[in-house]
Design a protein around this ligand. Sequence first.
Ligand code: PA5
Ligand code: NI
Length: 191
Amino acid sequence: MFDAPFTFSIPLPLPIPSRQDNHIRRRLSSLKGQFLDTAEYKRMLAEEDRLVYEVYEIRRPKVAGELLSGISIVHPGKVGSEFFMTKGHFHTVLDTPEVYYILKGEGFMVMETPEGEACVEPLLPNRVLYVPPRWAHRSVCTSRQDDLVTFFVYPGNAGHDYGTIEEQGFRKLVVDSGGRIEIIDNPRWKK
Ligand code: PA5
Ligand code: NI
């Protein structure tokens, strides 16, 4: 592992970092069970397994004391009335935080604790979001045409626990209600 200090650029409007070690592409098929309108999800998937979001990772050892960072790009789109979003996760080491700096686009970060406390924060360019330890997080892109682009940093040992969210999703959903963005309760969510 390259262990000297390093810099890299994020040459906006192109959000691809000049240094990157891994490019993850997540399509509709990887969000199975997450969108409320399952019939519409199936219909869309049969038509095309659309690209929903991408992540460029700057790799470092996955140990405490390191920081992992990268760029997340959530593309615009909807399944029924629900906006495109990331899978979302708790950190495997629950007691680890994350910082997001919003570079482009608009959306929300949907968050919750294992106890069921929920929080939804708007994501707007030039703003910073601090996700404290223990809060699961999911980015949602609410723009019609623009990608939601964020830069994230989290501890090297954090890990990703997707399983808990895969079971019933987040407590809150971000939906388009006749042209207005609404945050609603997820009817599938039970404590
Ligand atoms: O660690 C994070 O929270 C981010 O890097 C996310 O991994 C990224 O936004 C993609 O989301 P997810 O890991 O939920 O698929
Ligand atoms: Ni995270």
